[in-house]
Design a binder for this molecule. Structure first.
Ligand code: ATP
Length: 370
């Protein structure tokens, strides 16, 4: 689709040495971040970790205690909010109820005396596929449609940066998933830089090209979603992005390209490149879908890591996959996700099993599970 009035691209955002102290509380410890122009960036973390504060700093609604904010290379740290090339979409749509959808979208353009407000508002509504409802009032639209109007209103004046603060939080799960894909395709189309705040890891991974995982006012890890998932750098990231099996044990050996870690009396092999630490006590991690179940130790293909014997203590079928919980003496519970193949066997509750996985799917962390 032609970009039309959305021809301008986004700008990059840099946060340099940002600290934010409120009376009696430090919300942002130290934030250094560069978000390239045109990217879909997600700030992911639990409630209270400082996500909204970060967005408010970028929007100019809070002043940093220390540090600078640059948009498109220009220092805006002391620039007033309305003079920054930034718009924000919140969870609450805040549409004017007495105005039509078209007027809601054109309002900001009219106020700033920007030319062709009606044509630009129609184009923004076409982008979110709501132009046919331009003459309606907000109350007659569904929640998802109102959120799309809020989005059209936020992009109509082509901000270099669009901040999204849990914008889909009020929608039900099915609509939320649909809007995630729509938002992603709108971002690709308009080419603006999107900074999206969420505590939903699936949402962040589905939409963003780069995710920063935030914890207690600092970024623990930042990168492409698949990198964060496959190679988390800390226990917090491993647990926050999906499920992990984490086992603590001492490093036994580490001369070559791999290290060996002792877990439940067995040697677990890990490529050195996937280890945050190669000596002392470490945490070995493996994702549940990387594990396979075997009824004897001999049935485990040579060269794979294995733990066992254990016993299947829970089986829960969920359509495409089955989740098994395997209790291994001296180790605890191991979670295994198995895809349900057309002819694959289902392992029965109570069966004695070994769990196994490839060394290349293992990661080693320096910190320990809480
Ligand atoms: P949520 O997902 O719940 O919105 P969040 O990650 O966006 O959380 P923030 O709203 O940024 O978190 O808040 C970070 C911390 O800073 C919280 O502990 C919050 O209580 C504190 N905080 C935020 N604003 C203020 C303020 N004006 N005065 C004092 N403390 C504040």
């Amino acid at each position: 689709m032609a970009r039309g009035v959305f021809a301008e691209s986004g700008a990059d955002l840099q946060l340099v040495g940002i600290k934010k102290r409120f009376p009696g509380f430090t919300a942002i410890e130290n934030l250094d971040l560069t978000i390239p122009a045109g990217s879909f960036f997600a700030l992911l973390g639990p409630s209270g970790c400082g996500k909204t504060t970060t967005l408010r700093l970028v929007a100019g609604l809070e002043e940093p205690t220390e540090g600078s904010i640059l948009i498109g290379g220009k220092d805006v740290t002391n620039t007033k909010p309305f003079q920054r090339p930034v718009n924000t979409v919140f969870q609450s749509y805040a549409l004017f109820p007495h105005m039509t959808i078209l007027e809601n979208v054109a309002f900001g353009l009219r106020r700033r005396r920007i030319s062709d407000p009606v044509a630009k508002a129609h184009e923004a509504l076409r982008l979110v596929e709501l132009d046919h409802l331009a003459a309606r009032r907000p109350a007659s639209l569904s929640g998802g449609q109102q959120q799309r109007v809020a989005l059209a209103r936020a992009v109509v004046n082509r901000p270099a940066l669009l901040l999204l603060d849990e914008p889909l939080g009020a929608l039900d799960l099915k609509l939320r998933r649909q809007m995630q894909l729509e938002l992603k395709s709108i971002q690709t189309e308009v080419g603006l830089t999107f900074v999206h705040v969420t505590h939903d890891q699936e949402e962040a991974m589905t939409m963003a090209d780069t995710v920063a995982v935030m914890n207690k006012g600092s970024i623990e890890q930042m990168g492409a979603p698949e990198v964060l998932y496959e190679l988390p750098a800390t226990v917090f990231v491993a647990n926050f992005l999906g499920q992990s099996n984490l086992f603590v044990g001492p490093v036994l050996d580490g001369g070559g390209d791999t290290i060996g870690v002792e877990v439940a009396g067995q040697r677990i092999s890990v490529p050195k490149a996937r280890a945050q630490r190669t000596t002392g006590s470490v945490t070995v991690g493996v994702r549940p879908e990387k594990l396979t179940l075997h009824e004897t130790a001999e049935a485990v293909p040579a060269g794979r890591n294995q733990l066992g014997p254990g016993r299947v203590i829970d089986v829960s079928f969920s359509g495409v996959s089955t989740q098994y919980i395997v209790a291994i003496p001296g180790l605890g519970s191991v979670v295994v996700f198995a895809q349900n193949m057309a002819s694959g066997p289902v392992v029965a509750l109570g069966t004695e099993v070994w769990v196994a996985w490839d060394a290349q799917h293992t990661f080693v962390l320096a910190d320990e599970p809480p």
